[in-house]
Design a protein around this ligand. Structure first.
Ligand SMILES: Nc1nc2c(ncn2[C@@H]2O[C@H](COP(=O)(O)OP(=O)(O)OP(=O)(O)O)[C@@H](O)[C@H]2O)c(=O)[nH]1
Ligand SMILES: [Mg+2]
Length: 420
């Protein structure tokens, strides 16, 4: 099975908690604070791997979690950081995070940070100041980032084979490369793209054979549409036409159908280097059809060959190499859909709304992370927390919108009783 689109769910590791501890030595009555920081949580990276050709394995197991950081310890020992996770993806994978293009992995070993591990909480040694020499305060580790990431594979081929079903695309690929695609005398034999490496006098290039296109493909008809996006990145299109006239249709009419589909699908596809090739010249009837075809199209790029006997194939390969080397009038990368422009939203430090049951619900990234990282069991941590939210103006705002003593206030996963 060929899977070229998949959603994965990534959770980075949580930071380890900070530690509260004091130096205890013989004959030293008041040792200073020595609680170490927690280790950072592990992050998750996506990395290009040339040995992978599909996203199939990721679709079976789409949930990933990196290791949490370890707790800080006494004697100023920092907790160990959680291990990172590297997820291998095929070359040509586009990575979208929150609907925006995060990366386009094209090379072996190319790596991108997908979700970042949480920071380790600070131990009490970090809270020591000139005034406050014996703090009993520490933080919990920051939660790891979570994201749903969409992966989309677009094969990176130099030449893409397009044409109606049965035109002989797979036969040609099997003739000029080591690829072994399925070949049969019925339409829609190829269900997923095949890649093959072609060697021409020491120069190599990659060719992609995609499932046959039919009329209406740009609208989603047939199988080919799903895969047209793969050839968006190729520089050269090889448009293969069965010239034997065996199916009773005029090869030139068949040519127009595909040409029209390509134009409708993307304005860029039609701007690529297109080589028009007439296949199956070994069959009787092709000579007449070639003559007819030539009357309609006056291009030097018209080639004829037989994928079965091999006639004309070497000249065709030479032509492909030449065209790959010829610059395009546009950059195929422009084709990667332009993503919505990043919007910077001004977010207040917190927002409050009242639930149906009368609970005051406070939301906002900053206040939620602060709450998540506070150890409420430590008096000093609690005081620090109260100080910070006071400075943020939360208490005043709660009063303003009618909170009274005894009311419930919820921040993230925590509930508090309001007092004023
Ligand atoms: N006589 C002759 N038959 C050919 C030639 N090229 C392909 N064929 C035959 O045409 C049929 C279709 O070939 P495929 O290579 O499977 O065609 P395709 O374009 O990949 O078809 P889809 O995968 O359905 O899109 C097979 O029976 C091939 O043997 C040729 O040059 N001469
Ligand atoms: Mg095929």
């Amino acid at each position: 099975m060929f899977v070229d689109k998949v959603n994965i769910f990534l959770t980075a590791g949580r930071g380890g908690d900070g530690c509260v501890s004091f130096r205890r030595e013989k004959y030293v009555s008041y040792g200073g604070p020595n609680g170490g920081n927690g280790g950072n949580g592990g992050s998750i990276y996506l990395e290009g791997d040339p040995n992978k050709t599909t996203l199939l394995d990721l679709s079976y197991r789409p949930q990933f979690k990196a290791e949490d950081g370890y707790k800080g310890l006494s004697n100023d020992k920092f907790g160990k950081c959680g291990g990172d996770l590297n997820i291998k993806v095929p070359l040509g994978t586009l990575i979208f995070k929150n609907g925006e293009l995060l990366a386009d992995i094209k090379n072996t070993g190319e790596k991108v940070l997908a979700v970042k591990g949480g920071r380790g909480g600070r131990g009490n040694a970090s809270f020591k100041t000139g005034k406050h020499t014996a703090p009993r305060i520490s933080e919990k580790g920051e939660p790891g980032e979570y994201a749903e990431v969409n992966l989309e594979l677009r094969l990176i081929a130099d030449v893409g084979f397009v044409g109606l079903p049965n035109a002989g695309k797979s036969t040609l690929l099997s003739r000029i490369s080591a690829a072994k695609p399925k070949i049969a005398d019925y339409p829609f034999t190829t269900l997923a793209p095949n890649l093959g490496v072609v060697d021409y006098n020491g120069k190599t290039f990659v060719a992609a054979d995609i499932p046959g296109l039919i009329e209406g493909a740009h609208d989603g008809k047939g199988l080919g549409f799903e895969f047209l996006r793969h050839i968006k990145r190729t520089k050269v299109l090889l448009h293969i036409i069965d010239v034997s006239g065996f199916d009773g249709k005029d090869p030139y009419e068949n040519y127009k159908i595909i040409n029209n589909e390509l134009k409708q699908y993307s304005k860029y596809l039609a701007k690529k280097h297109v080589i028009i090739v007439l296949n199956k010249v070994d069959l009787p009837g092709s000579a007449v059809n070639i003559k007819k075809f030539k009357k309609h199209i006056k291009t030097k790029k018209l080639f004829k060959f037989s994928a079965v006997t091999g006639e004309g194939v070497q000249i065709l390969i030479k032509k492909m190499v030449k065209m790959i080397e010829k610059p395009l009038v546009f950059n195929p990368e422009e084709e990667i859909e332009t993503m919505p422009v990043k919007r910077y939203i001004y977010e207040p430090e917190f927002k409050i709304h009242v639930d149906e049951d009368g609970t005051f619900v406070v939301t906002g990234l900053k206040i939620e992370v602060l709450t998540e990282m506070t150890k409420f069991s430590e008096d000093e941590a609690l005081r620090r927390y109260q100080n910070i939210i006071k400075k943020m103006g939360l208490e005043t705002e709660l009063e303003n919108i009618g909170a009274k003593s005894g009311d419930t206030v919820r921040i993230g996963n925590f509930e508090f009783i309001f007092k004023n």
